[in-house]
Design a protein around this ligand. Sequence first.
Ligand code: NAP
Length: 279
Amino acid sequence: MSSQPFVLAGVMGHPVAHSRSPVIHNHWIEQYKLKGAYVLLPVDPANLQDGLRGLRALGFAGCNVTLPHKIEAMKAMDWVHPVAKQMGAINTIVVQPDGALHGFNNDGFGYIQSIKDAKADWQANAGPITVIGAGGAARAIVLSLINEGAKEIRLTNRTPGKAQALADEFGPAVKVLSWSERHDALSGVAMLVNTTNQGMHGQPKLDLDLKQLPTTALVSDAIYIPLETPLLTESRLRGNKVVNGLGMLLNQARPAFQAWFGVLPEITPALHKAIAATF
Ligand code: NAP
């Protein structure tokens, strides 16, 4: 009998049935011939703290946390990584050998890595970056762009107060523009990022006029269902390089898998195929 331990991990959310994370992690468990399982952990917000304490008792190596638990789960952590503290949210928990719970946020890492995977010579300070939206995804993306050296981020959101709150928190690199200025905000940019849900399956397309967007600009969309949003289709057809949100999802999973299973996994065409089969 092999002495390889059976490792348990999962994703805690509410609802959580739609999560693609089990497909990703179970694909890697099989690929690397490990013993373990990655399961769905549907936990009602009222039971979150009990659920997190239960990780130790049930012998979990850790778990991902997704909506609506990303902020509240921080309270149960014994230690939180500085980047997760900056983001004010965690997406990964690693149970330590002594049972302590450590919280991480790999969303920003996943985002930056997905951009570098698409454009190896990408530089955050190559020119102004316009970010549309100021929700949870924007928080992770804006902060990671600043940490990568972005000097000017033009931030615009339908609800301006939320964009202003991010600017107040993240400092002078973030310049808030009103929602009506979003079309003009594309002039001279090196990059455009959509972090809203507009263009996602079941939602209308993002209302944005690309006339002023240089064709040299990189266009990225956090959305991965569909893989190509109307924004990305329109950008691609006018000659812009485009990056969809799947790379962010896949790349944020890599350090978590490594922490739980001890292997830094690769993103392969077979993994892309396994995910595409779920859409
Ligand atoms: P969220 O916190 O709820 O933020 C939603 C954002 O969309 C807000 O900026 C909101 O503006 C904006 N919005 C909603 N309806 C709008 C409308 N009709 N017109 C203009 N703006 C509108 O959600 P989130 O967690 O940031 O997620 C946003 C998107 O990113 C989702 O599609 C999600 O799937 C995707 N995402 C992808 C990844 C990945 O790994 N690729 C990770 C996280 C999220 P207001 O502030 O005005 O409401």
